[in-house]
Design a protein around this ligand. Structure first.
Ligand code: FAD
Length: 304
């Protein structure tokens, strides 16, 4: 029997993924495993290593806040990393070493740092992803990003085991890292060690409150995937969509947000196909009216 065959009979089958995504959309995973505590990591290792060895496709989800999953679902194995573990150590010269498991929520991390007087993560207070997803995407906001925390990352990889990446080998760029465009996808970010400066807890809190207030003012509530399109050089995707008259445009149960045109919101009755159709509609309308081809910031997962 194949390695994955020997393990897969203990895995859940055909698990709906909508509740594991921020847009609350998407069909089932063929096989599914969710790691909830550190003790699950050994089993997670065995499962993904067996899948990789047998060429079973594996996709990892953190909070699913940057992925649109097809209604037809995702073939192969989907693993969800919800392991939240943070260790804070005071370092030299007013710095802190903060080690976080990949499944740790960015908001939890930002708040934990603030309470201990650790600066450098305030930008993440309104970003609904995990540390793993933030490393892959080099998430950022308010002019700051993951790269600025100089992460050293440990990842599990096919045929290599645990591999350590330094800030240099992570090749961070705008919303991108060495992991982002790896076609094989045979890696699992496991943890990140961040080097962060000490700061005043009250000043950090004031900054976080300001960032949160800004989000409440400028971004819609509800089920969405954040910014759908990359900003083209020298312009804003949201502006281009707005001047194309698309704010509020609705297909099925999804809508271009009337609050922020680069957000597409699931009104509660939407499907992933509605979402995808609206993305294509917006791309075509903006291309036709403004002569700009908008590129996706989010990732499409599964069968399209
Ligand atoms: C309302 C809203 C606001 C947002 N605002 C921002 C913002 O201000 N700035 C910003 O940068 N982003 C923003 N985002 C997008 C999103 O939160 C970030 O991209 C975040 O980093 C994604 O993390 P995640 O855990 O949800 O990743 P997912 O969406 O689950 O996955 C994203 C990618 O990372 C991979 N991945 C995730 N975890 C692992 C892992 N452990 N190992 C290997 N691969 C992994 C996935 O396979 C996928 O390719 C926003 C999203 C929403 C819904």
């Amino acid at each position: 029997m194949s390695q994955f065959g020997a393990i897969s009979h203990n895995l859940q089958r055909d698990v709906p993924l909508a509740k594991y995504t921020a847009a609350r959309l998407g069909g089932p995973a063929e096989w599914f495993f969710r790691a909830r505590e550190a003790a699950d990591y050994d089993r997670l290792n065995d499962i993904v290593m067996a899948a990789w060895a047998d060429d079973v496709p594996v996709r990892v989800l953190g909070k699913g806040s940057n992925v649109l999953i097809s209604d037809k679902g995702v073939p192969g194995l989907v693993v969800v990393d919800q392991v939240s573990q943070i260790d804070y150590q005071a370092g030299e010269a007013d710095t802190w070493q903060v080690q976080a498991s990949a499944g740790t929520g960015l908001i939890v991390l930002a708040r934990g740092c603030q309470q201990r007087g650790i600066a450098g993560m305030s930008w993440a207070v309104g970003v609904p992803g995990t540390v793993g997803g933030a490393i892959v995407n080099n998430a950022g906001a308010h002019g700051d990003d993951m790269a600025a925390s100089q992460p050293t990352v440990i990842a599990l990889e096919h045929e290599r085991g645990l591999v350590t990446y330094t800030p240099e080998t992570l090749e961070f760029a705008y919303r991108s890292s060495t992991f982002k465009h790896r076609d094989d996808k045979r890696f699992l970010v496991r943890q990140a060690m961040l080097t962060l400066p000490a700061g005043d807890p009250m000043a950090i809190k004031a900054q976080m409150d300001e960032f949160n207030a800004y989000r409440v003012r400028t971004q819609p509530p509800g089920a969405s995937l954040g910014s759908i399109f990359k900003n083209p050089p020298g312009d804003y995707a949201g502006r281009l969509i707005e001047v194309s008259g698309l704010k509020g445009h609705t297909i099925g149960g999804v809508q271009v947000s009337p609050v922020h045109a680069n957000f597409i919101v699931n009104l509660g009755t939407g499907t992933a196909s509605n979402y995808y159709d609206l993305i294509r509609y917006v791309q075509q309308a903006v291309s036709h009216q403004q002569g700009v081809q908008l590129e996706l910031e989010i990732e499409l997962l599964g069968l399209w």
